[in-house]
Design a protein around this ligand. Structure first.
Ligand code: COA
Length: 690
């Protein structure tokens, strides 16, 4: 037996301990000795009961994801659970940390489960594009009921120990030593005697289920699935648990997992799981680099962006000093923050008490000197170089030594701003996405002189405030906005040549984007881009014409689309169509039917090409970092794994061919395949892809 599994004894109770760092995943080298241990203990008449526990920071966090998509070595998880379930002595899972996926499924093979108060239990497989395949969909409803199981399995969100106890998932919450108490619990079960009922044989919670209510709950959840297959399969499998005998439902669950595990969607979601963890590993920032302490954050600017950033920190438990030019601006900013928290209270996601506590974590000031005790100071002021430099001049004069200075610029040169301060080594960009208290992505912009421990601090703080941080280099628009510009490069030409805004938006919706580009124009406001174009001497044929007519988007009731008063539903406007047609006529452009395929090629392909250029220039460390940016900041469909992963699915050589075709026609550099893209085409993937 390997030492991934050990057996100890406390009198007549056997304690089986799994020790497979870092998260005790159920790898083959765990399953094999565990299977043998169960056999041995079943046979050993001196053993009255078995406690299953884990060493290290957590109970089993799931099957070993690195084994997915490869032939599964026996014993499989299902064999292991079936073996455990037939043991005719009390079996008790002692849970700490997280019991997730296959880990919870194994615990469901025990007669009893006890957990410490901080434990979390869940079946997050849906987030990997699969369903629980070790009987989780069939056993969990038998403990917590169909409705609760449905919401747990379709959302993939774990529940806490208290909830688990109330819903019947666990039998006790343990105070004090977990394993010792689990042993006492097992001993008590032995003493009580009586027959033992395996979870598979417990039917009381799945009898008399209101199927109509179940189906409407499932339909609600399916709406949120947005083209993902796994949530639908999860719901169907839980339904099977209720309507079919155990063995039949269990067999169907296997059919689902077998199909899903080899699907592109699951490959994409697994890629994202590892990509997110990979993004935390930054070249030049080793594990030995210690982050600086961040106990208080200063935020300059209490507008939508500054207020959102401040909320993100307060929500993550870090108090904020908010600075504005005037008391009125501060009051306006605080008013907006208060309103946002009130919405959370009215939705039930925040208590009045928690709201009051959060509001108390904001200090306000109009005096830069009050930023002297801040460990990190972020500016979120007007996007103009001279304004930013002036603000940093003031910050530089008051910030304590070692404080980190950050700009929330979307486009400006971070190195130039850094150089205007006396401490470029303490300087970096922190690019939040609006609304900053909600959006997950945080682009951390590494300046030429940014010190490694400043980056390490930004990564640590980013995670603390529940963001997904990605380190990027300095260039216009960084990773996200730069690729967004490439995506939109040919958008107006498509309109002029014959596509309609509704058609393009529908192609985007069909692809899985939450919103099409023209709906986005209307939401963000067309006037912003117009102002920028005017400032930089640029023009846009359609967008400028719309702005000249005062069509700024939703805020003026019309933009690319029409909006009925108070509504956000876009209504196609024949006037806009006429405008586009007249602009095409003026330019002698012959309009034609444009296919969905062409729309994708002329929007997504240049965007991927831009991603390749970003890699070439070292702006992103790896292709998977780009995927993380797009999935978390721009709504790229997770089932497609991000643009660079999707490029592999689409065929990189096909993308190169089609870019060359369009480049020959339009001569636009955005379509000229980059050398790195051509190289990737040869091997069919970007080098770091799984
Ligand atoms: N299989 C294989 N590797 C896993 C894993 C799994 N089920 N769960 C985590 N890991 C790896 C991570 O890739 C990471 O590896 P790295 O250090 O080489 O990057 C390491 O374990 C630590 O994980 P991390 O997520 O960074 O730690 P954490 O403490 O922040 O979170 C968990 C721990 C368990 C909550 C989190 O890892 C998680 O949610 N795991 C997936 C659980 C899951 O989906 N299970 C269902 C599979 S059936």
């Amino acid at each position: 037996m390997t030492n991934a599994v050990t057996i100890a004894r406390d009198g007549e109770i056997a304690i089986v301990t799994i020790d497979n760092p870092p998260v005790n995943a159920l790898s083959f080298h765990v399953r094999e000795p565990l299977f043998a241990a169960f056999n041995a203990l079943q046979e050993d008449s001196s053993v009255a009961a078995i406690v299953l526990a884990c060493a290290g920071r957590t109970f089993i966090a799931g099957a070993d994801i690195t084994e997915f998509g490869k032939p599964m070595q026996k014993p499989e998880l299902r064999d292991l659970i079936a073996n455990l379930e037939t043991i005719e002595k009390p079996t008790v899972a002692a849970i700490h940390g997280t019991a997730l996926g296959g880990g919870l499924e194994l615990a469901l093979g025990c007669h009893f489960r006890v957990a410490d108060a901080g434990a979390k239990l869940g079946l997050p497989e849906v987030k990997l594009g699969i369903i629980p395949g070790g009987g989780g969909t069939v056993r969990l409803p038998r403990l917590v009921g169909a409705s609760k199981a449905l919401s747990m399995i379709v959302s993939g969100t774990p529940i806490g120990a208290k909830d688990a106890l109330a819903s019947g998932l666990i039998d006790a919450v343990i105070e004090g030593d977990l394993v010792a108490n689990a042993v006492a619990f097992a001993r008590q079960k032995v003493a009580e005697g009586g027959s033992l009922l395996a979870v598979r044989d417990r039917n009381d919670k799945i009898e008399n289920v209101d199927l109509a209510a179940f189906d409407s709950q499932a339909a609600e959840l399916a709406k949120k699935a947005r083209g993902l297959e796994a949530p639908i399969a999860c719901a169907q499998s839980v339904r099977n648990a209720v309507t079919l005998p155990f063995d039949e439902a269990y067999a169907r669950e296997r059919e689902f997992i077998t199909k899903l595990i080899s699907s592109d969607q699951s490959r994409a979601q697994r890629h994202l799981f590892f990509a997110e963890r990979e993004a935390a590993k930054v070249p030049g920032v080793g594990k030995d680099v210690k982050p600086r302490d961040v106990k208080r954050v200063g935020v300059i600017g209490a507008g939508t962006m500054g207020g959102g950033i401040a909320m993100a920190f307060v929500n993550g438990g870090i108090p904020v000093t908010l600075l504005e030019m005037s008391q009125e601006a501060l009051q306006r900013g605080l008013g907006m923050i208060d309103k946002n928290y009130s919405i959370s209270v009215s939705r039930g996601s925040l208590t009045e008490e928690a709201k009051a506590k959060r509001l108390a974590a904001f200090s306000t000031t109009t005096d830069y000197a009050d930023l002297g005790d801040c460990d990190l100071i972020i500016e979120a002021v007007f996007e103009e170089m001279s304004v930013k430099k002036e603000v940093f001049g003031k910050i530089d004069a008051v910030a304590k030594p070692g404080a980190i200075l950050a700009t929330n610029t979307s486009y400006l040169d971070v190195n130039e701003i850094a150089a205007s301060t006396s401490r470029p080594q303490d300087f970096l960009g922190l690019h939040f996405f609006s609304p900053a208290n909600v959006m997950k992505l945080l682009e951390i912009v590494r300046g030429a002189k940014t010190a490694p421990d400043v980056l390490a601090t930004a990564l640590a703080v980013g995670r603390k405030i529940a963001k997904v941080p990605v380190v990027v280099g300095v260039c216009h628009g960084f990773v996200g906005n730069r690729m967004l510009a490439a995506r939109g490069q040919d958008m107006e030409n498509l309109l002029l040549e014959g596509a309609s805004a509704e058609q393009i938006d529908k192609v985007f919706a069909d692809f899985g984007w939450p919103m099409g580009p023209f709906q986005m124009w209307d939401l963000a406001g067309l006037d912003i881009g117009w102002r920028n174009r005017k400032a930089t001497g640029k023009t846009a044929i359609i967008a400028d014409a719309l702005c000249e007519q005062g069509r700024f988007g939703q805020k003026t009731g019309k933009g690319v689309y029409l909006y009925e008063s108070g509504s956000r539903t876009p209504i196609p406007d024949p006037e806009v169509q006429a405008l586009i047609e007249s602009k095409a006529r003026e330019r002698g452009i012959e309009r034609r039917t444009i296919s969905a395929e062409e729309i994708n090629e002329r929007t997504l392909y240049p965007m991927i090409n831009e991603g390749a250029k970003i890699l070439e220039e070292g702006i992103a460390a790896r292709a998977s970092d780009i995927d993380i940016v797009w999935v978390n900041g721009y709504g790229f469909p997770i089932g497609k794994g991000g643009p660079m992963f999707w490029a592999g699915l689409e065929g990189i050589s096909k993308i190169v061919d089609r870019l060359e075709y369009w480049y020959a026609r339009n001569g636009d550099d955005a379509f000229k395949p980059s050398p790195l893209l051509k190289k990737a085409a040869e091997i069919g993937k970007f080098s770091d892809d799984a």
